[in-house]
Design a protein around this ligand. Structure first.
Ligand code: 4AD
Ligand code: MG
Length: 430
């Protein structure tokens, strides 16, 4: 008997197949039992008729509890009213393991209860849809860069220096030497970009965030690209094309999942190129007009980003932030050195910053000065300074947080659902 994934049942209408999965739910009506089975790829209802399968199999089905594992054989038929559009007319059942009483029942549970059982929570249809969309998004990013001749250059996780300030470092003991978990692969990306031209990395990054918000994780995944000879405008153009590409991919391939999540897809369908761009200074004006008390030079908080995002009802680039609030490596605008050639991409619908990026300082003396001003240890950055000593070029790059992007595309309230096992303040079980 051919085993098949539930998502591929359409290929077998009229044929007999075996699916391997877990019992999601069962109900009986006289001499018929309806077994709803999930296998990770989808769900299907098996219709078991006593007369057809015999007493023994019919009684066996009665011993099955929620999440018992099983192999179900049957004839595939189209059934538009049934979950997934197909049904299995059951001919065989093999029980693999009868589950103990399952803690996550079909009634509503509180989020703390579910979070403690994240290893089981991920089996539910909603979490399944989110994790499938995440997977599609990750593939889409890789395809985008592959099509554009970028080289995938992995950056290290254990590093001797801080990239994004010293307040969120996870420190570790590297056999007696002080080391940190990477906050960003950027500095290494600048080296690989000088070696390979256009590169990206994709990996986990770590920030010892002390705040508990709906958009901060302590471990998150970042897509980071770095391009030699790109200026701040080339950088934004690449980013908007990338984000647009990824959204189209999800719209094209994840309709069912978006439906499960009750996502208002028109919000995604209405996204157009190019994305609006405003300077930080213009954004401050906009905030003041919206009645916010905001001083030029302050950093945006989540409410400010929401106001800016709602104003455009589109992803929007905010560029040329004050030099004082941005990282040491950002290149000052030659026309106005109070601001840097950095740009963040803010997502609409209150999702806020999903990308941080910009043009990097390419002048050796200025970079040395900044490292001193930021009181960073010079020795740890000597290799990075070499990139300005040997063939320095204008270059730019960015980092996009995968989880915030998944939250936005899926329309989720909280980042904790965007990754199989979230790491949050005081929460790392399971
Ligand atoms: O703006 P950030 O800090 O930029 C950098 O790390 C640059 N070095 C990237 C680069 O230019 N190569 O972080 C980039 C993105 C943010 O826009 C956000 O989407 C995400 O990473 N991010 C987080 N996501 C979840 N939890 C956190 N604690 C995050 N911190 C940043
Ligand atoms: Mg940022």
């Amino acid at each position: 008997m051919a085993t098949e994934l539930i998502k591929n049942l359409a290929r077998h209408v009229g044929g007999e197949v075996t699916i391997q999965g877990w019992l999601y739910n069962v109900r009986s009506s006289g001499k018929i039992r309806f077994l709803i089975v999930r296998d990770g790829s989808g769900m299907v209802q098996g219709v078991m008729v006593k007369q057809e399968v015999g007493d023994e199999l019919f009684e066996l089905a009665n011993t099955l509890t929620q999440e018992s594992s099983l192999k179900l054989t049957g004839v595939v038929r189209e059934e538009p009213r049934s979950i997934g559009g197909f049904e299995l007319q059951v001919t065989g059942l093999e029980v693999v393991s009868v589950a103990e009483e399952y803690p996550i029942t079909h009634k509503e549970h509180g989020v703390d209860f579910l979070a403690e059982r994240r290893h089981l929570w991920i089996r539910t249809p909603r979490q399944n849809a989110i994790l499938r969309i995440r997977s599609e998004i990750e593939h889409a990013f890789r395809d985008f860069f592959y099509q554009r001749d970028f080289v995938l250059a992995d950056s290290p996780i254990i590093t001797p220096a801080a990239c994004e300030g010293t307040t969120t470092l996870f420190e570790l003991d590297y056999h007696g030497e002080k080391a940190f978990l990477s906050q960003s692969g950027q500095l290494y990306n600048e080296a690989t970009a000088a070696a390979l031209g256009r590169i990206y990395c994709f990996g986990p990054t770590f920030r010892a965030e002390k705040s508990k918000t709906r958009r901060h994780l302590l471990e998150f995944w970042m897509i980071e690209a770095e391009m030699a000879y790109f200026d701040v405008d080339d950088n934004m153009k690449l980013q908007e094309e990338m984000v647009f590409y990824v959204i189209q991919r999800v719209l094209e391939r994840c309709r069912q999942e978006l439906k499960t999540l009750e996502r208002d897809v028109s919000k995604l369908e209405n996204i157009k190129l190019p994305f609006p761009r405003i300077s930080y200074t213009e954004a401050v004006e906009l905030l003041k007009k919206a009645g916010q008390e905001f001083e030029w030079g302050d950093d945006f908080g989540a409410p400010h980003e929401t106001i800016i995002g709602s104003h455009f009802d589109a992803p929007v680039f905010v560029h040329r932030y004050p030099t004082v609030i941005k990282a040491f490596y950002m290149k000052p605008d030659p026309n106005d050195p109070k601001v840097v050639l950095g740009a963040d991409l803010l997502a609409p619908e209150g999702y806020g910053e999903v990308i941080g990026g910009g043009q990097r300082i390419d002048d050796l003396a200025l970079l040395e000065k900044r490292i001193d001003e930021h009181q960073l240890p010079r020795e740890a950055f000597e290799w990075y300074l070499d990139l300005r000593r040997y063939g320095s070029v204008p270059h730019s790059g960015f980092g996009l947080g995968i989880e915030r992007t998944v939250a936005w595309i899926c329309g989720l309230d909280h980042i904790r659902e965007t990754i199989p096992f979230p790491r949050m303040l005081h929460k790392m079980y399971p």
